[in-house]
Design a protein around this ligand. Structure first.
Ligand SMILES: [Zn+2]
Length: 106
């Protein structure tokens, strides 16, 4: 999985991230190139998760109840569009710029 830094715009792999802080939706990672702290837009991430589970839930409901496909199908389509749009917009955001002085001994 390739990520792009919001500050220096260099690409890096998630496996090259040495420092991270926080958990779940508010988790932040540190760019291995410029040491800037990066995070995700919580609203977009939440929208992506809600859209995904709505699509899954509607799919299961349609499978279990059978005769509701005229309701379930558009719900699934709209949910998948929501997931797609939020996924495209979901970039890393700059949370905190790196300190100017050398912070190698942190
Ligand atoms: Zn960077």
């Amino acid at each position: 999985m390739q990520l792009q830094c919001a500050l220096c715009h260099k690409n890096f792999s998630i496996t090259h991230v040495v420092h991270n802080r926080g958990k779940g939706l508010s988790a932040q990672i540190q760019c291995p190139h410029c040491n800037a702290w990066l995070g995700r837009n919580r609203l977009l991430t939440t929208g992506k998760i809600v859209g995904f589970y709505t699509a899954v839930g509607a799919g299961i409901a349609g499978y279990m109840m059978g005769d509701v496909n005229h309701i379930v199908t558009p719900i699934i389509i709209l949910s998948l569009i929501l997931v797609g749009v939020t996924h495209i917009m979901d970039h890393l955001l700059l949370i905190e710029a790196p300190e100017k002085n050398d912070a190698t001994n942190d």
